[in-house]
Write a protein of this length. Structure first.
Length: 102
């Protein structure tokens, strides 16, 4: 499966913005994001939760892209913001610690 397939699916679903943290496991995918979507570069996972929540309230369709290890970092923001207010938060996460990692 080529990396662009995930981006093709996101585009077909109407996603217009991808908020993303750098990830060496998905660097090829990361390089393609700005070509297809509005890209918001993040330094912390929690920032992405807030940005995606704001975009949802403004009528945009966004996805948060992060490493699986970042899910734990963002749980408080997810639970206190998106879950509390019923906001959509699709997350595209790389699965760290599994594929050819020591």
């Amino acid at each position: 499966m080529r990396e662009g397939c995930a981006l093709d699916r996101l585009a077909a679903l109407g996603v217009d913005t991808v908020a993303s943290l750098p990830c060496d496991r998905t660097r090829d995918l990361c390089a393609l994001i700005p070509e297809r979507f509005r890209a918001v570069n993040l330094t912390r996972e929690e920032d992405g939760v807030g940005i995606c929540a704001g975009l949802a309230m403004a009528g945009a369709r966004s996805v948060l892209h992060m490493q699986s290890s970042g899910l734990g970092n963002s749980l408080n923001a997810i639970m206190s913001l998106t879950v509390t207010f019923g906001l959509p938060l699709p997350i595209l996460a790389s699965w760290r610690g599994v594929y050819r990692e020591a």
